[in-house]
Design a protein around this ligand. Structure first.
Ligand SMILES: Cc1cc2nc3c(=O)[nH]c(=O)nc-3n(C[C@H](O)[C@H](O)[C@H](O)COP(=O)(O)OP(=O)(O)OC[C@H]3O[C@@H](n4cnc5c(N)ncnc54)[C@H](O)[C@@H]3O)c2cc1C
Length: 367
């Protein structure tokens, strides 16, 4: 089977072996067996944040499909233990249906619950990190099933120690959600969402209303998996919003939109200007300096890459609804996706000196 059938971008060649353990116990046993064999392996959930090479992957693909939501005893609020293969949006619908607050703005994100901590999924001002208690993690290095607290995961903007390279498998996720008499949401953080709800930033509205508004907004951007929408054949946003140093941000034209970010999201993008400055050498992240977040979509559009753009002869295109998404218009290869991504990177680098970083995990694909 080609892995393109298991990814939302519909690219990816064959795997030597595909395993789908049916229970959490099986998942642990199967993973340990594969690891003991010394073969190459990768984990995959909903395939919505990966770009897999046209050559496929050598070794075994462990597809995580274990489902289940369990309510744990808690002193306050509601604590849920969720199996890694539970589809994320089914979980959100479950919590919203019970009037629980904490996940409503994360409605409509594709993929599995076990993958949610990998890049600390976020949207419309909410992030997984605000409700994540811990994960059950099968550690590749020790083979042990361990509990890792949210604090141990180093969660930040689209990052975690897991995305950063700690190998293993998320088997289950524990979340702490809140309850209130009016089933009201967390305070709305995002101006566009507030406007869609006829509310102000900081307001709290019924979680069900917030979910509906988020789903409607996402659908206008092709950011919901919808078989009738060709713009949803993507891996979501292809680039993260760059976080650059305060000093570099000052060198940008005044009209470039920017936001100061929390200290834990220190500059993660090395701009060419900084890479070659003597002050920078030997201190790759400059964690002490303030981070400034830029809008990747704005940079892409202003660098002259328009929605719907495609390279001659290619079946990969910029979404016609959202300049951050690269879509497979039908029969695109991973190579074509990568060529378009490189083109976008080059245009933005030439115009603004910023190297956009891919958000999806690249498997055998290089930018
Ligand atoms: C239309 C669309 C909209 C999107 N919108 C958003 C958004 O608003 N915000 C956002 O943050 N993301 C968004 N995404 C990206 C994606 O949905 C999320 O990152 C999601 O969490 C990926 O889940 P998955 O199960 O599909 O992961 P996969 O794509 O299957 O895997 C992604 C990575 O996680 C690893 N992985 C998966 N499951 C496990 C596990 N159980 N244990 C260990 N490693 C694992 C894989 O090896 C891979 O490295 C969007 C994607 C699409 C297609």
């Amino acid at each position: 089977m080609n892995l393109s059938e298991l990814t939302t971008l519909r690219v990816g060649g064959p795997a030597d072996e595909l395993l789908e353990p049916a229970s959490a116990d099986d998942l642990v046993a199967v993973a340990r067996e594969v690891w003991a064999s010394g073969d190459d392996w990768i984990a995959i959930g909903g395939g919505s944040n990966v770009v897999i090479s046209d050559d496929g992957v050598p070794g075994t693909v462990i597809r995580i499909v274990t489902r289940g939501i369990e309510k744990l005893a808690a002193r306050e609020g509601v604590t849920l233990r969720v199996q890694a293969g539970e589809p994320w949006d089914d979980l959100v619908a479950y919590t919203v249906g019970r009037g629980l607050a904490g996940l409503e703005a994360l409605s409509g994100i594709p993929g599995s619950t076990g993958a949610a901590p990998i890049q600390n999924i976020g949207a419309y001002g909410q992030e997984l990190s605000s409700v994540l208690d811990s994960i059950e993690f099968l550690d590749y290095l020790s083979g042990d099933l361990v509990q890792l607290s949210s604090a141990e995961l180093g969660l930040g903007y689209r990052r975690s120690v897991l995305k950063g390279g700690r190998p293993g498998i998320v088997v289950a996720v524990t979340l702490r959600l809140s309850e209130n008499p009016g089933a009201l949401s967390d305070p709305i953080q995002y101006p566009q969402l507030a406007a869609a709800l006829g509310a102000q930033v900081g307001d709290r509205l019924p979680v069900a209303e917030v979910r509906e508004a988020v789903l409607a907004l996402r659908s206008t951007k092709g950011m919901i998996l919808d078989p009738t929408d060709p713009d949803s054949v993507s891996a979501g946003s292809f680039f993260t919003n760059p976080i650059v140093s305060d000093g570099f941000a000052r060198s940008l034209p005044a009209d470039v939109p920017r936001w100061t970010v929390a200290p834990d999201d220190a500059p993660a993008v090395i701009t060419p200007l900084e890479a070659y400055s003597p002050a920078h050498l030997g201190s790759p992240l400059r964690a002490e300096s303030r981070g400034v977040k830029l809008s990747a979509a704005w940079l892409i559009e202003r660098a002259g890459v328009t929605r719907g753009f495609r390279l001659p002869g290619s079946n990969a295109a910029i979404s016609s609804k959202h300049s951050l998404a690269i879509v497979n218009t039908g029969g695109a290869t991973a190579l074509q996706i990568a060529e378009l991504a490189r083109y976008v990177q080059t245009r933005v680098l030439a115009a603004y000196g910023v190297v956009l970083q891919p958000e999806p995990v690249l498997v055998g694909v290089h930018l």
